[in-house]
Write a protein that binds this ligand. Sequence first.
Ligand code: C6P
Length: 406
Amino acid sequence: MNGMIADIRAQFPALDQQVNGKPLVYLDNGATTQKPQCVIDALVHYYQQDNSNVHRGAHTLSDRATGYFENARKTVQTFLNARKAEEIVWTRGTTEAINLVAATWGADNISAGDVILVTAMEHHANIVPWQMLCEKTGATLKAIPVNDQGELDMEAYARMLTPEVKLVACVHVSNALGTINPVADIIRMAHDNGAITLIDGAQSVAHWDIDVQALEADFFAFSGHKLFAPTGIGVLYGREELLNAMPPYQTGGEMIEHVSFEKTTFNKLPYKFEAGTPHIAGAIGLAAAIDFLNGLDRPALAKHEDAIMARVSELCAQNDDLRVIGNASHKASVFSFLLQGAHPADVGTLLDQQGIAVRTGHHCAMPIMDQYAIPGTIRASFTFYNTLEEVDALFKGLEKAKMFLL
Ligand code: C6P
């Protein structure tokens, strides 16, 4: 194993364990990533030393917690290269970030006759909120088609950009296929058409740096837990003008400026969107994860992930009974496939018995599964702490599974 990767792995305690009597081979990073010790330590330190509510207390612990919490927001601002910390709204994750935009921006800006475009490869989190908004308002949801390779049909997209299109909501990296979508072009074309954009970055943030200003993104959503941080914390980036013009999302404490029984006025950004006590430890953990990433040679790690995918392709080419789902020319570290003649769930169980963790099923992306006329796939999703040896273990594991199943 490459020394840099060995050093990184040593910082992820969960990777060093036996599962079903075999060394764990964790290939379910698209579902959630493991956490480095520094993130775990940040959570423990917060609860041991600083635990308090934020923006409320008249005491030292509350000041400390507030300082860490707001510094975490600045860490995310720098990570995404947002103009201002006020453009970073804490959410529970990608799902809540998209729901927030649908419920607030959507309520104010979408009406009967409007069109919302998504892609045919979206996760349900970037379909259902828009579908419900369309049902409520009389707008229409349309899906930009995806070809057999799993690539977006950009010519069809250009044709679909009619004056009625108000929003284009698009996944950056498909969790089911691994396709990397050309989001800079997608955003530019939407803007030329007068539409705004939301990018679902759930599967992209862990693989390379995001620059929301360079992308000219309007909204960008991601989840901490897919970025080596805790569950229950995520981010909605929104351009300041858009966020300022939007009504609040949930209501209650913290999001108000003044409340009387006659009228309530709302807090400034970003607090207007953060009702109630937030996930303070989660935000601190997310900042620790970003600091950890900033300490790594990310370009070198991206190359390592390319090497992993090259090894997957090489071994796949030697197996006639594997059908790869998603062959886009630009693909992130996702290997979604079928073992001909076997049900994905059975393959997943047999791999688990060998200590190999993959995900099986529709991956919350039923429409694209329907397009391929399959109920689901077996998905190995890699990140930088995975090794070429683990790829070999996966293919050996598949050989064993075949002995039982075929
Ligand atoms: N995909 C997977 O195994 P949350 O659950 O809010 O953190 O993320 C939702 C989500 C949104 N968009 C994309 C592209 C995603 O991949 C996910 C989560 C996980 O693929 C769990 S279904």
